[in-house]
Design a protein around this ligand. Structure first.
Ligand SMILES: [Zn+2]
Length: 189
């Protein structure tokens, strides 16, 4: 049996009404997603399914922990997973594009594999910036050797390295003046 087969939910034979399912996501699960930052984890997934004539409503709850590389020191560390979300499964002869909240299936389908939805939900539930938590004194709990190697001593400096949505003009002009200095030195020589 393929590793992800255990996330197949067979809905055809279910009676109308509510049904409860439980799944466990483990290390083997994450090996199935190529290019994933998550290599290890243990997450409990519960699904409360409501079956209606033309629609299935799946209420997901995912709790557990995954191991991810720290953006600052690259050591792996455990990060809690806490996710609740609802997936609607609807049926049509011609499938509209799925938008993440509604999954469209052909009326002849009798089962659905939830693995991809579970994986994407776990990834989405993680914060954009994944760094080791701070200790009681407010210092990063990162690998000190790696920090030394990267010469990153404070969170402020780290944040400055990754100007997010907006362009960090200050960092940019600092970089530009540095470039200008290098250029001037070259012209001198
Ligand atoms: Zn770290």
């Amino acid at each position: 049996m393929a590793i992800l087969d255990k996330y197949i939910l067979k809905f055809k034979g279910l009676s109308a009404g509510t049904h409860h399912f439980e799944y466990t996501v483990d290390d083997d699960f994450f090996t199935q997603f190529e290019g994933s930052d998550i290599h290890r984890g243990l997450v409990k997934v519960t699904v409360d399914l409501l079956k209606q004539p033309n629609m299935l409503t799946l209420d997901f709850r995912m709790t557990g922990e995954v191991t991810v590389p720290c953006d600052r020191c690259l050591d792996e560390f455990p990060m809690p997973v806490e996710y609740t979300g609802t997936l609607l499964i609807r049926f049509a002869e011609e499938l509209p594009e799925s938008d993440g909240e509604v999954l469209w299936l052909y009326p002849v389908e009798s089962e659905v594999n939830l693995a991809q939805y579970i994986y994407e939900s776990i990834v989405l539930s993680l914060p954009y910036q994944r760094v080791h938590p701070l200790d009681a004194e407010g210092n990063p709990t990162c690998n000190p050797e790696m920090l030394e190697r990267f010469r990153i001593v404070s969170g402020e400096e780290f944040d400055g390295m990754f100007p997010e949505e907006s362009v960090d003009h200050e960092a940019q002009s600092a970089w530009e003046s540095q470039l200008a200095a290098v250029k001037a030195k070259m012209e001198e020589e």
